[in-house]
Design a protein around this ligand. Sequence first.
Ligand SMILES: O=C(O)CCC(=O)C(=O)O
Ligand SMILES: [Fe+2]
Length: 195
Amino acid sequence: MATLFTDLFDTPVIPGLSSGEDIVDREEEADLIARIDAEALSPFRFQGWLGKRVTRSFGWHYDFDGGALAEGEPLPKWLLPLRRRAASFADLGEDTLEQALLIRYDPGAGIGWHRDRPVFGHVVGISLGAEATMRFRRRRPDGFLRTSAPLAQRSIYHMAGEVRHEWEHSIAEMDETRWSVTFRSLANGAVPDGR
Ligand SMILES: O=C(O)CCC(=O)C(=O)O
Ligand SMILES: [Fe+2]
């Protein structure tokens, strides 16, 4: 199946990265955006800095200030049908996507270079509102290998394997508002009591 992230020969641009278009329709998109905006979103905190994007997580909360994973509030009911679709797209059991992160990027907000925390496993993201470009880079002895992929409105992506663990990703500041919902599984051993 050809996806946004495949080349002419249907090879993923980066192994482990796949995407699909129109995972929700326009009406569902408008409803999800209203639901996200109705949640108490707060500026992303990182080691004392406040980011421009606003976020809220459910299921598990990774505290970037303290560097710890903590159990959070359960996923709200309105997110469950979207999680079901995300899990089906990524061929995962829906219960394995234990964390949900809501983000709103107001104009001028983006997300800097990072790899998602190792306590998480699969990352499945849904893009709402303005289209963005996700940039990818991987360090090589002689510099960075770079590529990018469009995050179309109402599309979904899945990061696992190489793209998830070997590459960093970022989104440049945008002029228009974008919302995303990302679902994550936990990595094996992320929770000390072994559950
Ligand atoms: O907004 C997105 O789709 C990506 C967010 C992201 O990279 C993250 O939360 O780690
Ligand atoms: Fe990320």
